[in-house]
Design a protein around this ligand. Structure first.
Ligand code: IMP
Length: 425
């Protein structure tokens, strides 16, 4: 591994579900550490390995590689019930995961779940279509300074003091603003979360310090992003996104290690786009081509099972990702899904009020009015090729066309969920 590859970050360039889990898993076995740095169990990674399909929500993909330490960093929000269930499910086919959880990571509390529903229903057309896992309320509590952190679950006095404040604040909003019932007592929640603390204690650590020491010793670290740039609260289609930053720069904030080095930053980009949830979707396909791609690409949410909306590849979005994450390269995924189409389209820019732009507008009203400007390219047949040179020529042309237009090298080509269906250029 070269010095530049010792620190590698993987991020989604679209709306999540680009195939990050597969690429992370593909690379993870070579790394000493794999670190989640944002998001929570709104994420879902599907990994096919050792004859099993793993659906991971909170566990970093590194858990599948023996000897790799998996870290849930301070920027992640943890639902302890979900994490414990995932650990126990994982242990049915594997040994205990080599996992460490930051004491500073915030905890999703039971009142955050109904609060997510209340928020979404109050937001109407501006709602993001949340996964309903309590993500926005827990990040809001962090900002309000009402949050409870993993370390607090191991400290009965501290937990009691913080929970009383957090519980009162949240249940009052639930009852008085949203008129939603929350009938659990503070004592009941306290006892439940103390128990989670006892069960998670063996995994809880000062992960920021450990990562810093590992970094100083020249160990290799893979940062595993969740979601994708268009869901980033600063750079995405705000407010139709999630509540944690998922561009690559956030890896340092969400893990606590300042990286004063050249690193490899891999953007995962699907050969078409998909999203779950609400927002304008400029290249959306609502016809039978969209249906065929959804079925062939098995585009149903890992976390919620919702059918994903499908669209043509959007190079305005892709270029914005290259820029905001400082991508050094792209892993281009699911090209196999487009096999069999006679022709396909790529969005080169947007027409807004008669003007063409090739940059993503910040304004939601402009995004709502944007119409795609397409270039049509010829399709290719299904292929079982395992080398770049033997891929169908039209597929190679598509890859090289995209690479040129976004000015970022495409170094991985993924042609199916199995590790073997990966071509490195
Ligand atoms: P939340 O993060 O559950 O609040 O959801 C906010 C928006 O982000 C919704 O549109 C979700 O569908 C979307 N979202 C959150 N996590 C993921 C993910 O891992 N993949 C795809 N979409 C996601």
């Amino acid at each position: 591994m070269s010095d530049k590859q010792l620190i590698t970050t993987i991020v989604g360039t679209q709306w999540g579900d680009e195939g990050k889990g597969k690429i992370t898993d593909y690379l993870a076995r070579d790394f000493d550490y794999v670190v989640r740095f944002q998001g929570g169990n709104n994420a879902g990674h599907t990994i096919v390995a050792n004859g099993h399909t793993y659906k991971l929500h909170l566990l970093p993909s590194g858990v599948l590689s023996a000897g790799t330490v998996s870290i849930i960093g301070n920027g992640v929000v943890v639902d302890p019930k979900v994490l414990l269930e995932e650990i126990s499910e994982f242990k049915k086919t594997n040994s205990t995961p080599y996992l460490k959880i930051s004491e500073r990571a915030h905890v999703i509390m039971p009142y955050h779940l109904p609060m997510d529903g209340g928020l979404s229903s109050g937001q109407g057309k501006l709602a993001a279509g949340s996964t309903g896992r309590g993500i926005a309320p827990v990040y809001a509590d962090k900002a309000y300074r009402h949050g409870i952190r993993i370390g607090d679950l191991l400290d009965p006095e501290m937990l009691k003091e913080k929970l009383e404040k957090s519980y009162t604040f949240n249940t009052q909003i639930l009852n008085k603003i949203y008129r939603l019932p929350f009938d659990r007592t503070v004592e009941d929640v306290y006892q439940e979360y103390l128990q989670y603390g006892r069960e998670l204690a063996p995994y809880v650590a000062d992960t920021e310090l450990e990562l810093y020491q590992a970094y100083a010793m020249g160990k290799s670290i893979l940062f595993e992003g969740a979601q994708g740039m268009s869901l980033d609260p600063d750079h995405g289609m705000y407010p139709h996104g999630t509540s944690s930053n998922n561009v690559a720069g956030y890896a340092e904030v969400g893990s606590g290690v300042g990286l004063n080095c050249k690193s490899r930053i891999i953007g995962i980009m699907k050969a078409y786009v998909s999203r779950v949830g609400n927002s304008p979707f400029i290249t959306e396909l609502t016809d039978t081509t969209g249906d065929a791609i959804r079925t062939k690409g098995v585009e149903f949410g890992t976390t919620t099972g919702r059918a994903r909306r499908i669209g043509w590849l959007d190079l305005v979005q892709a270029r914005q990702s290259v820029r905001t994450s400082g991508l050094s390269e792209i892993a281009f995924t699911k090209l196999d899904v487009l096999g069999g189409l006679k022709e396909l389209k790529v969005c080169m820019g947007y027409e807004i009020d008669g003007q063409i732009t090739t940059e993503m507008p910040a304004s939601l009203s402009k995004i709502r009015r944007a119409k795609p400007v397409y270039q049509t390219l010829p399709g290719w047949e299904d292929t079982s090729a395992t080398t770049y040179d033997t891929l169908p020529p039209n597929m190679r042309d598509y890859i090289e066309f995209v690479e040129k237009k976004i000015n970022c090298p495409i170094s991985f080509i993924s042609l199916g969920p199995d590790r073997e269906r990966t071509i490195i250029r």
